[in-house]
Design a protein around this ligand. Structure first.
Ligand code: FE
Ligand code: FE
Length: 197
């Protein structure tokens, strides 16, 4: 996560009128604000999700391998392909900003995926209960991503970065679809089988 203290002072501009000491955003005429602190914050969050997506590229194969049903393994495999695209979309946003492709460790995603490892240890290989656990862990991942991309899109909008909005929106849509697909697999198939085990 981004440390906020270093951004505080940058949002303060000297007050020249009427004793108005409130924080001011430096707003360009168009498009969007050019507030440097907000832009730094956006870049920081981008580095965070860049780490998270790269981390998922490393850990998803283990989940595919561990899944009991073909349906779940295939769903995660196809999302792994999308995840590679998520990585490259973030790189395109870095390029738009003239920034290096730099990752910053995402403690939240590390924690969520550690929890996923724990589920594999606690459930039996070949059981439907394992799939239930993998689905829960995967949906926690998707929800974190959905929250992050939702926030990044809002920020990109405010900053007037329309190409970034487009790129990040494509990814957000895929995260939402993946989440819905996992729900469908769980409702239609896995939960039923696990309850019969
Ligand atoms: Fe993703
Ligand atoms: Fe995802």
């Amino acid at each position: 996560m981004v440390k906020t203290d270093k951004f505080k002072s940058k949002t303060q501009t000297p007050s020249l009128t009427n004793g108005d000491t409130k924080k001011k955003l430096t707003v360009s005429s168009d498009p969007g604000t050019t507030d440097p602190a907000l832009m730094e914050f956006f870049k920081g969050e981008l580095k965070d999700i860049y780490w998270a997506e790269n981390h998922l590229v490393e850990v998803l194969p283990k989940m595919i391998e561990a899944a009991t049903t073909d349906t779940l393994a295939k769903a995660i495999s196809s999302h792994l392909k999308e995840t590679l695209e998520h990585v490259s979309r973030i790189e395109r946003v870095f390029d738009l900003l003239g920034e290096k492709h730099q990752a910053k460790k995402c403690d939240a995603m590390e924690g969520i995926t550690k929890e996923g490892d724990g589920i594999l240890e606690e459930t039996e290989a070949g059981s439907s209960t394992r799939d239930v656990g993998i689905i829960m862990a995967s949906q926690k991942v998707e929800h974190y991503e959905i929250a992050t991309y939702g926030g990044l899109i809002q920020l990109a909008n405010v900053l007037g970065l329309s190409e970034a909005v487009d790129l990040l929106s494509q990814t957000l849509l895929e995260e939402k679809r993946s989440d819905e697909n996992l729900t469908a697999i769980s409702v239609n198939d896995i939960n039923y089988r696990a309850s019969a085990e």
